[in-house]
Design a protein around this ligand. Structure first.
Ligand SMILES: CC(C)(COP(=O)(O)OP(=O)(O)OC[C@H]1O[C@@H](n2cnc3c(N)ncnc32)[C@H](O)[C@@H]1OP(=O)(O)O)[C@@H](O)C(=O)NCCC(=O)NCCS
Length: 145
């Protein structure tokens, strides 16, 4: 059975491994540590103690920024992403947040379809947002709560 809990410092390594196996330009382990240290909020989905997916967001009232979400490749398209995002929405509502925004690679059709399924709308394109080995434009999306 899937269990959702708050991301703990002991979860960082496993979250980093999922990130590294699903994202073409992943956060480094140090990015995960810094994110945790500055107080970003994280949620994890586990089954029998094994992490299947995670989500990290930064709430700055009245908005929140969805910073990262990833589900193990073998566990994708089973509703885990949706479960994580529903918990984030509940937490945001409880914190008095009225809008969630995010950036996604313009070529990441699967993630865009996923966000749209949840009600996120396409707002704008941010050119050359992603740099490094895989430079790309970002699609900005937002969801009113
Ligand atoms: C994007 C991601 C987090 C979605 O998580 P998931 O657990 O696979 O998604 P879910 O199973 O909860 O899917 C929910 C809905 O999203 C949409 N969706 C999911 N996978 C899809 C696919 N391959 N193609 C099109 N739509 C898809 C569907 O509408 C789906 O609803 P349905 O199952 O009723 O059809 C996951 O695929 C992932 O980790 N991708 C790699 C990392 C990534 O791209 N992160 C986003 C960076 S911005």
């Amino acid at each position: 059975m899937h269990k959702i809990s708050l991301l703990d410092i002991n979860d960082l390594e496993e979250a980093y491994e999922i990130e590294a196996s699903t994202n073409p330009s992943p956060w480094s382990f140090d990015n995960f540590k810094s994110s945790f240290e500055v107080g970003h909020h994280g949620l994890v989905c586990k089954e029998d103690g094994k992490m299947l997916g995670f989500l990290i967001f930064s709430p700055i009232k009245p908005e929140a920024h969805l910073l990262s979400i990833a589900v193990l490749k073998t566990q994708q398209s089973k509703g885990i992403g949706l479960l994580l995002i529903k918990y984030m929405r509940s937490q945001c509502k409880a914190m008095g947040i009225s809008k969630v925004f995010l950036e996604v690679r313009i070529s990441n059709e699967k993630a865009i379809a996923f966000y749209q399924k949840f009600g996120f709308e396409k707002d704008a394109i941010r050119e050359k947002y992603y740099s490094g080995d895989y430079p790309e434009d970002a699609l900005l999306m937002s969801l009113n709560l």
